[in-house]
Design a binder for this molecule. Structure first.
Ligand code: ZN
Length: 132
């Protein structure tokens, strides 16, 4: 994430990020994350009942971990549902540019699985010194 993107994400609800927030994923997922945070807020997540614990990419998919403090099971289900939907959506959004269509795989011979569009895959292969 760029500095501006980072600020925009944290600004949705600074109380969710007591340590300033860290988004360990590419800039292509900015819109996805912004929409996710806004949806959580609209659905009833607040600085009092939720903290964002970790946001990262793993196996080409967004992982978004929160700690919830609520006795309201309906709220809990609603928030986890929103998160699951965003994590699933990340599988078809290029992590570098936000475009598509995408493929989730490793750029050979590197084994790290990432979700990228064809152009970003070629750029990654070039950066890794691998012929496309
Ligand atoms: Zn791309």
């Amino acid at each position: 994430m760029t500095e501006d993107q980072h600020e925009a994400l944290v600004a949705v609800e600074p109380g969710w990020f007591p340590n300033g927030g860290y988004f360990a994923c590419g800039e292509g997922w900015f819109e996805l994350l912004l929409g996710l945070l806004q949806s959580l807020k609209a659905a009833g997540a607040s600085a009092e009942n939720m903290k964002v614990v970790q946001v990262k990419e793993k196996f080409g998919t967004l992982r978004f971990y929160v700690s919830l403090e609520t006795e309201d099971d309906a709220l809990r289900d609603r928030l986890y549902g929103i998160i699951a939907k965003a994590e699933a959506a990340s599988e078809s959004i290029c992590e570098d540019c936000g475009g598509g269509p995408t493929e989730r795989k490793g750029t050979k011979p590197r084994s790290w699985i990432r979700v990228l569009c064809a152009e970003c895959r070629a750029a990654e292969a070039k950066a890794l010194g691998i012929a496309p």
